[in-house]
Design a protein around this ligand. Sequence first.
Ligand SMILES: Nc1nc2c(c(=O)[nH]1)N[C@H]1C(S)=C(S)[C@@H](COP(=O)(O)OP(=O)(O)OC[C@H]3O[C@@H](n4cnc5c(=O)[nH]c(N)nc54)[C@H](O)[C@@H]3O)O[C@H]1N2
Ligand SMILES: Nc1nc2c(c(=O)[nH]1)N[C@H]1C(S)=C(S)[C@@H](COP(=O)(O)OP(=O)(O)OC[C@H]3O[C@@H](n4cnc5c(=O)[nH]c(N)nc54)[C@H](O)[C@@H]3O)O[C@H]1N2
Ligand code: SF4
Ligand SMILES: [Mo]
Length: 858
Amino acid sequence: MSKGLVDLSVSRRVLLKNTAATAAAAAMPSLSMTAAAEEIKKLEKEGWSKHPVACTMCGAFCGLLAMKKEGAVVSESTVRIFPNPGHPQQGYCGRGAAAMWVWNHPLRLRKPLKRVGERGEGKFEEVTWDEALDAIAAKLKKLVEANGESCISTTSHSFSGFSKWLTFPLGSPNDIGHQSTCNLGGIAARDWVFGKGFSGAGKLEPDYAHLRYLLLIGRSMGSSMGALHTLNEARACGCHVVAIDPRMPDIAYGNADWVGIRPGTDAAFVLGLINQMIENKTFDKEFLIRHTNGAYLIKSNGTPLTEADFRKDGSTSVFVVANSAGTLSLRSVKRDEKGAAIGFIEDENFKPELEFSGEAILANGEKEPVRTAFSVLKKLASEYTPEKVQEITGIRPEALKGIAFDYANNKGCIDDGWYTSKNGTDVELYQLICIANAMNGNIDQPGGLIVTAGAGFKVPSVAAGKGPNGETWAMAKEKRIDKIVYPETSGTYSVALDAAVSGKPYPIKAAFFVGTTMFHRQADAKKLAENLKKLDLVVVQDVLPQELVDYADYVLPATYFMERRDMSGVKWARDGSIYLSDPQLTPPKGCEARHDVWILLEILRRAYPERAERVGYKGCKTAEEFNAYFGAFVDRGYKKFLDDCEKKKPGSAEAIRKSISENGWATIKTKKYGEYPYLKPFGTPTGKVEIYGFKSFSKPGYAQAIAPISGYIPSPAYTQPKADSNEFILVSGKNCVTCSGLNMFTQPTRFMGDRTVWMNPQDAARLGIRNGDMIEVEGMDSGYKANTQVTVTKRVVPGAVFAYGFSGGVRTKTLIKDPNYQFVKEGINSHWYDTGYAQPVVGNVANNSAVRINKVRG
Ligand SMILES: Nc1nc2c(c(=O)[nH]1)N[C@H]1C(S)=C(S)[C@@H](COP(=O)(O)OP(=O)(O)OC[C@H]3O[C@@H](n4cnc5c(=O)[nH]c(N)nc54)[C@H](O)[C@@H]3O)O[C@H]1N2
Ligand SMILES: Nc1nc2c(c(=O)[nH]1)N[C@H]1C(S)=C(S)[C@@H](COP(=O)(O)OP(=O)(O)OC[C@H]3O[C@@H](n4cnc5c(=O)[nH]c(N)nc54)[C@H](O)[C@@H]3O)O[C@H]1N2
Ligand code: SF4
Ligand SMILES: [Mo]
């Protein structure tokens, strides 16, 4: 052990002691927002009413509080937005604060529109709801009759809870989410390391409130306000934050460090970090032996040694470890009669060797060289010396060593990421990040990467073949289309778009876009436009005239979160909590916006009344009638939830009801640390944290696509730029004031938004470019050219340029006439340049791209 490094056997004891302190910390109120709380109180005294809101200005569902001046005309000054004090995911960023700038926005979609020109031309005429809904329903019916239900698709960003109300009762499996452009890289990585049930959004999270040291690798934090607020509690107690990013994220304006990295090279950095931990013996050896598959034996072909290898009737789910004497012991997951993992079958007294290598005698008598999974990791990591890491990433050896020291010494955590659709190598990267967390032994421990507690709150809803009132029906026989191409995806909508052109694996004819920009979401804007033109029916439900509307046959004005009631589990919180969103606003005068689900169910009812009845829907004329129909599900879910809570703990229902009515949220279940995988198995084949992913061997072709563990792979998604030339990697990301599909249209964004491209002074000097110059951004792979302004700043590393996503570059043709809103057309959209490359098997896409920066003369 090197001098000065912590002895982990000691730190484990310290950690245990810390658990008591942690419980106390959990009971403490979160960072006080005194000024806001006082202002809220003052307004209440003056007769303003409180309305808790789950914000979807960016789709993170943070807790806000809308204060409404009762009796006054609704406007930005009579409905004021605050953080909801004490909320487990307390929001309030520049975007959330701008929520009321959307409500009566001059560009707000107010009436149903019917396309009168070509797709993409943006020529529309206003029609009535009946005209629009009847025409869409008739077309839908025709398409279903000719092609079957599966030709109808829906997609969304934050509203898949809505979009599925068309596809599922219709019988189509094709409600396909946005994940391939967002968090799919991270989901798949967690699937590989922690397994099914532990990979979805919010299930595994850094224990933000109790972190001692946080490493952010391609995670800006400032864009996810609720988590940042919680993290700030830990920062106030001394948690140090380091961001590894090609551009300096806002969080580094405070006491956090920024370490610049060449885009797409992060795997080399993480392997270098793991290598340092192994060389300095600062990794948690005990944790690796007991709670990961590090000691499990691997054969020469890379597959795990199982009982089936040396016993004819042996199982392939029973794995093998060896001790230093070469004695073998078997390990497997204990399952109940339904197959659910409930524990481990292993000899606890057996001491496996973490670095064993030797020969196993197989059932057929042959000798097979074996070594442990950890040995494979160690060998791979050993190639990533600090000097090698510098060569690949540009990070200085001292910086790597310092981070490795602090990370181990503080038992830190590496954020497992959110937006993870960058370079087409994201699954492997986030897999390594999960493994590096295991190296620190801080899984499900205070201040580590934890399994969050769920509240268990469910509202009766629609699923494939199942209605909210217990109805059942047969779905179309086809599998969800993206799952055919990418079996491990949780949503790759580009497959549906491609099928509109190719008819493969089967034809898609109609697309319903329920709250998603598409042009700012989806890589390869050119292909998107072409695909949209090939569909037989395109319907867009939105609040504002995104570029996508120009391709719609019908544009339907939807209400937004400030105008509807909703109740659900708090998304990004350690403790299981529920929220009520209760803003009580109606659309402004002259705006005929309707609830997204009403729109979808009306279309279904007009085409197939009996299928709408599958979800108990017989038609609602007014918004009130619909709110009664849809709200009844929430009420039923809430009542059942309260009844269940009361049964489990008498008196709890009243406490929850009180908390919900006073605060808009209630915490139901407190997180218990140290459960996974100590007492309960993860969802992996071994039930352990898999530092070597056995999932790679679960299906043919998987291991070729996603190896059990990978080294640095240069991005296959774009042409690698030449060094010291005018070629760059274009990266994007978000910030805490602007840049989201809704927010990009608001007046605050006009003045605070950054629609420029950032370039390092070193590159700018070489190219003769000055701050504020106009430059031409030319796609090296796409060929697309557009001009924009440049910001010359040290906040981006040499060789990379940065532009915010959802920040300008809107090309809507006719619906944006107001001179005050021309600013949304400024700047670039990074999807003009990326290639749409998706990783095989998983289907996550890469949004980074390669561009040439040309100086504009004149
Ligand atoms: N402003 C804003 N905030 C949002 C949203 C929004 O639309 N707008 N949406 C919400 C959603 S849907 C999500 S998923 C979360 C995302 O929340 P985060 O994941 O925290 O935020 P991003 O800004 O997307 O972070 C991506 C970071 O990766 C960096 N990056 C790009 N390429 C590379 C690379 O190759 N290597 C490394 N190391 N870094 C790289 C970018 O510079 C950026 O700082 O934000 C939520 N908050
Ligand atoms: N270059 C680049 N690309 C990215 C990212 C990036 O950082 N950089 N981020 C990626 C990520 S993480 C994600 S999640 C995706 C997100 O991509 P999008 O799905 O486009 O996400 P949003 O910004 O949430 O867009 C929401 C849309 O819904 C509309 N809307 C808002 N509320 C409602 C409502 O209640 N009903 C209806 N019908 N419409 C509504 C808004 O006006 C807006 O058009 O983009 C991905 N693409
Ligand atoms: S991060 Fe901001 S915009 Fe996004 S949900 Fe939270 S408060 Fe709203
Ligand atoms: Mo996202």
